[in-house]
Design a protein around this ligand. Structure first.
Ligand code: HEM
Length: 393
């Protein structure tokens, strides 16, 4: 039976580059791949297949398993864990708070944090772009966006980072413990807003509580889950993308110098970097009926990973897909932020954070290069989680 074969091993040790090479191989050799590891799952690696599974949400649901490996041990968390129509009111509350205008209004704050974080690295002639820079900035910006008390930023960074490391080491006990800690923070935030409500136009927790009062189909217990999910989901991706960009630019000094000399190119470069270094390979769906992709059957009720990172390097859609090419004519087709009802509501905030981090890193340095070993991210992410840099003349 097809579901018992092993087309690839997602647990094998990887380097930063081999992770991407594995998907290039699968796209060519076995685009609908199966593995018995990580609780067994199918991996879609071609663009058209990934896009189809993300778009056809009635057939491919997230309510059974939304990520590979399965890390949700501590309850249902909207919006990711719910399917439409149950999913819809949560997105209705979330989307306006993450509009382009609103996301960009946080750019000055992001820039201030970026400069503060970079100052000690500049003083030391380098540092780890992920652990000392890119993993802090999204938490700080996020803290502002969620209006969390100032003294939460440090514990939030610690808990968020502990959760990411636990997921990367595939340590369920540690995942559970850190997830519960994040739940405690979410619970406290909800209680705080009940006592001191804020403007729902600028506060997600108040917006959710408000929606319940108006009779929208939200449940209080799921609000807790959503605040908990949002506490972590917006923190990981920008860190991993920034790490990957730092690796790329360390290797391509010409591009690094070009972007530094002409910052107007940076927004387009960020978009191409998001395609080339899409940070997710493990978002998942489960088919509610038997399905077929290019002649390959997948039985219903089996987990399917939508490997966005692989789809975005598919040469059939992005010619020479593993190469950085500025201003690709169809760059708008990339799937770094997903597709369909679960597409990323944080697209503008995430993009802004990566852009500001890159602008400030380039502005603060005259050059940088790799100064040690890159630590690659594990499923469900792909990219780098530690990149030591040396700043050069
Ligand atoms: C570079 C930055 C980011 C990238 C590449 C990214 C990518 C993604 C992707 C691919 C999905 C789709 C998941 C799926 O198909 O199952 C997603 C969902 C999501 N993202 Fe992001 N994300 C980023 C930043 C953020 C930020 C800053 C936030 C913060 C608010 C955020 C919040 C979410 C949420 C809540 C979902 C679940 C949406 C739903 O299920 O309806 N993301 N993200």
């Amino acid at each position: 039976m097809a579901q018992h074969h092993q087309d690839f091993d997602p647990t094998q040790s990887e380097t930063f580059d081999s992770a991407w090479d594995q998907f290039a191989d699968l796209r060519a050799r076995c685009p609908v791949a199966h593995t018995e590891e990580m609780g067994r799952f199918w991996a879609l690696t071609r663009y058209d297949d990934v896009r189809r599974a993300a778009s056809e949400s009635a057939t491919f649901v997230t309510s059974q398993q939304n990520v590979v490996p399965k890390v949700a041990f501590t309850g249902r968390r909207p919006p990711l864990h719910l399917d439409p129509p149950e999913h819809t009111p949560y997105r209705r509350a979330l989307n306006p708070l993450l509009s382009l205008t609103r996301a960009e209004s946080f750019a000055p704050v992001a820039r201030r944090y970026a400069r503060e974080l970079l100052a000690p690295l500049v003083a030391h002639g380098g540092g780890d772009v992920c652990t000392e820079y890119a993993s802090f900035l999204p938490v700080q910006v996020f803290g502002e966006w969620m209006n969390v008390p100032d003294h939460w930023v440090e514990p939030l960074h610690k808990a968020g980072r502990a959760f990411i490391l636990a997921v990367n080491m595939n340590d369920p006990e540690a995942m559970k413990a850190t997830s519960l800690k994040l739940y405690d923070m979410a619970r406290e935030l909800i209680e705080l807003r009940k006592v001191e409500p804020r403007d729902p136009a600028s506060d997600i927790t108040s917006a959710l509580l408000d929606a319940i009062e108006r009779g929208d189909a939200l449940q209080e217990e799921l609000i807790l889950g959503m605040v908990r999910q949002v506490l972590v989901v917006g923190i990981v991706a920008p860190t991993v993308v920034m790490g990957s960009i730092a690796v790329h630019l360390s290797r391509d000094r010409e591009l690094q110098n070009r972007l530094r000399a002409d910052p107007a190119l940076i927004p387009a470069a960020v978009e191409e970097f998001l395609r080339l270094y899409t940070p997710y390979r493990g978002f998942a769906r489960t088919a509610v009926e038997d399905v077929e992709f290019g002649g390959c059957p997948i039985p219903k009720d089996e987990a399917i990973a939508l490997v966005y990172a692989s789809a975005n390097r598919d040469d059939a859609v992005f010619p020479d897909g593993s190469t950085f090419i500025l201003n690709r004519p169809n760059i708008g087709d990339h799937l770094a932020f997903g597709r369909g009802p679960h597409n990323c509501p944080g697209i503008h905030l995430g993009r802004m954070e990566v852009r500001v981090m890159l602008e400030e890193l380039l502005a603060a340095t005259t050059g940088f290069e790799l100064a040690g070993e890159i630590v690659p991210a594990r499923w469900p992410e792909i990219g780098a989680i530690s990149v030591p840099l040396r700043f050069t003349a």
